[in-house]
Ligand binder design. Structure first.
Ligand code: MLT
Ligand code: ZN
Length: 440
């Protein structure tokens, strides 16, 4: 979706090398675009088309610096691939819980720079909540050594939170101290059919009161989303008989081996059948079946690409408001753009919907793409009416700064700009990202 032209790509292997490159660019007035695994969906790691920006790739900074089991922390460099971090934690008998579709190639630096979310946020939080300390090369080349593994530190402003989610606009994150957790020894996975999104809200509340922290993920998807997967992703089949309007994928985890999670799921779902929240359900009886259910959820993004351009949105509203959001936005869109196919799915437990749109069946791409801005306006206006966020997990990158400038409180934008100006007065760090062009 995004293309750029870099003056050159530099691939430093140490913090000192990153700092040296940043100092050179700072002195020469050359803009830098930090890049990790290059899997972002909003173009945050892609240079502009001028051919004058330097891409600074962190992929050679891939050392695991330290594991402190007693402190339950791991210190890693920015270029470590998320899956390698998960494996290192697992080899140490621990869990690093961040999990998302791109985990085989996205890097820790990008996860931090975008405050990545994924499918276990409900239980463990997003990247921000998983981070205790950071090492950052500032825009003038100085290094902030903030690699502290402290769970308590009230010595003033917590600066790491400025850099997490800043998408490379305030400095370059080179390493982080991250939290570890006990590894799960039992997993329970259920796929359920639901009559309405409201039933999903009721079911989350019920499962959570029954299972508390064991509830790790609650993903929801519409029939349209599942149909795209069944049509386009090889080896997938519908686990239930007959079409149903909505589905949820529920995952429980426990640190106790052989914990009776299936029994918990059965008892929770039994009540849900009686109240009418659930129409039908299947509980995975082994890891292979659980993986097949997850493949249905994780295949949606890829499957939608086979249906022409996907207009991707990544909104959040309070969980309680999701049913009303879907009802009102669906109806506004169908009225204004009859026949568009709405692919609603996402991290229901976090109130985060990937409310994506595909063209009407049989229509050409071009006229549909021409409506992109108008469709987006309807969705973002509705998100705003529900006091939601137009970007819940993918960030702003170069895709959404204008929308953020429009829909965010002007005071928040003003404060953000003041921070940007303080840390990066010459505007050389990832220009054109996060802030609308010309405003940084
Ligand atoms: C997902 O949750 O599947 C992704 O964040 C959405 C996407 O790839 O569009
Ligand atoms: Zn997502």
């Amino acid at each position: 979706a995004y293309q750029g032209r870099a003056a050159l790509v530099v691939r430093p292997a140490t913090t000192e090398e990153v700092a040296a490159v940043v100092r050179l660019c700072h002195d020469a007035g050359v803009a830098l675009v930090p890049q990790g695994g290059n899997t972002g969906l909003c173009g945050g790691s892609i240079p502009d088309s001028s051919g004058r920006q330097v891409v600074l790739s962190l992929t050679r900074m891939k050392r695991i610096r330290e594991i402190d089991l007693a402190n339950e922390t791991i210190t890693v460099e920015a270029g470590v691939i998320l899956q390698q971090l998960q494996e290192a934690a697992s080899q140490a008998g621990r869990l690093f819980p961040l999990s998302l579709g791109a985990e085989g190639s996205c890097t820790v630096g990008g996860n931090l720079a975008t405050n990545a979310g994924g499918t276990a946020v409900l239980r463990y939080g997003n990247m921000r909540e998983l981070t205790l300390g950071l090492e950052v090369v500032l825009p003038d080349g100085r290094v902030w050594h903030g690699l502290r593994g402290l769970r308590k530190d009230n010595t003033g402003y917590d600066l790491k939170h400025l850099f997490i989610g800043s998408e490379g606009t305030l400095g370059i994150i080179t390493a982080a101290v991250l939290k570890l957790f006990p590894g799960p020894h039992s997993t329970g996975t259920a796929w359920v059919a639901l009559p309405t999104p409201q039933a999903a809200v009721d079911l989350i509340g019920h499962v959570r009161s029954l299972c508390a922290d064991r509830l790790t993920g609650f993903e929801m998807m519409s029939r349209q989303s599942l149909e795209f997967v069944l049509d386009h992703v090889a080896g997938c089949s519908d686990p239930l008989q007959g079409p149903h309007p909505w589905y949820a994928l529920i995952e429980l985890r426990d640190t106790v081996p052989d914990a009776p999670l299936d029994l918990l799921l059965e008892s929770g779902l039994g009540h849900a059948f009686e109240t009418g929240w659930v129409i039908d359900a299947v509980i995975a009886s082994n890891q292979t079946q659980a993986a097949a259910l997850w493949a249905l959820r994780e295949g949606i993004s890829e499957a939608q690409n086979h249906e022409g351009p996907s207009l991707k949105h990544d909104i959040s509203v309070p969980v309680s408001q999701i049913p009303a959001f879907i009802e009102r936005t669906d109806s506004a869109l169908q009225q204004a753009f009859p026949g568009v196919r709405i692919v609603s799915y996402g991290h229901m437990g976090d109130g985060n919907l990937h409310y994506n749109i595909s063209k009407p069946l049989g229509h050409a791409d071009a006229p549909f793409k021409a409506q992109e801005q108008a469709i987006m306006q309807v969705i973002y206006q509705m998100t705003s009416a529900f006091n939601g966020s137009i970007s819940a997990e993918h960030g702003l990158g170069q895709a959404k700064p204008d929308a953020a400038a429009h829909f965010k409180d002007p005071l928040e934008i003003e404060l953000m700009r003041a921070i940007k100006h303080t840390l990066d007065p010459t505007g050389l760090m990832n220009p054109g990202k996060v802030f609308a062009t010309g405003l940084e």
